[in-house]
Ligand binder design. Sequence first.
Ligand SMILES: NC(=O)c1ccc[n+]([C@@H]2O[C@H](COP(=O)([O-])OP(=O)(O)OC[C@H]3O[C@@H](n4cnc5c(N)ncnc54)[C@H](OP(=O)(O)O)[C@@H]3O)[C@@H](O)[C@H]2O)c1
Length: 331
Amino acid sequence: MTQSVRIGILGTARIAKTVIPQIAASPHANVAAVASRSLDKARQFAAEFGIEVAHGSYDALLADANVDAIYIPLPPSMHCEWMMKAAAAGKHVLCEKPLAINATQAQQMIDAAVRHQIVLLDAVMWYHTARAEVMRKTVLSGQLGEVRQVTSAFTFPGNALAADNLRFSASLGGGSLLDIGWYCVGMSLWMLQQMPERVFATAQWRDEIDLRMNGILWFPQDQMASFESGFDAVRRRWMEVAGTDAALVCDDFTRPWNADKPRFWIHNADGTSDQNIVTHPPIERCLVDAFCRLIRSGNVNHDWLTLSLQTQQVCDALLKSARSGVVEPLP
Ligand SMILES: NC(=O)c1ccc[n+]([C@@H]2O[C@H](COP(=O)([O-])OP(=O)(O)OC[C@H]3O[C@@H](n4cnc5c(N)ncnc54)[C@H](OP(=O)(O)O)[C@@H]3O)[C@@H](O)[C@H]2O)c1
């Protein structure tokens, strides 16, 4: 495909409001249509964001011949169903994180993408930024010595959210692990380039969702990762990769506090530290452009799918451990 990717938006989600302007700003894509369960809502949303076509059902968007790809920012419990329908309709899919609510669904989605020859990408944005690439290259370069430990935290105060927010709903696929722990788990796998052999997690539960979780991951070669996710602490999104010689620290890995100065530090053994600034376009734009590049390349079996599936497998094991209270092996 050489032309701009025509993207249809499934639902009128809050996150779509930050992604849409970056689709519109990309030379590789444009927003062709939006669908809502309510036609009035779709029309209102379309008017607000200058979208030409509004559909009153999700099926109508999938049947729209002027749409090449679907962006799915629905509650996690609905990702699998609508991704499979979009794939069957021959549309590429940019699916919000978590990719699904369990690894069985994630595998079905990946199989469907390959079967229907469409690109599926999960919408973790920071992976596709220049800063992330530099941080990962630094870790893999050996500059930190032998990597021993990855530590991360992603929390925010959920008391600002309405009680019916999807994050608090077990049936919609809520919970802190899938909502934000997903980033910590994915980052740990991406940095260490391997799967853990076993995991342990403990959680505080509210109405069957994990309001807060602490997890430990054991990897081959004595590497470990630990993380904290939660809806009950101040906004944090930091990570550290510690090696035998130095540590890489980033205090805002999923979204830079200052979009003009995405930064990270190398903490050296002698107590000195070097700050690095790696600028890049807005993270939503980096994601949209990565999605369009994959569509242009025709690579439907790309490496990001492996990372999404592995992240989901580790999340499954962490949730199992948090419920069982014991260390859970990975298959
Ligand atoms: N990548 C990121 O940085 C990022 C950031 C935030 C959120 N997310 C992800 O994006 C997804 C959406 O999150 P959000 O907070 O933006 O969601 P939201 O504002 O609650 O929107 C979800 C949309 O789904 C549709 N929907 C269909 N059935 C629904 C149901 N039973 N209950 C609620 N909504 C329903 C609604 O659209 P209609 O009523 O118009 O049909 C609604 O607007 C989640 O997977 C979340 O994890 C990603």
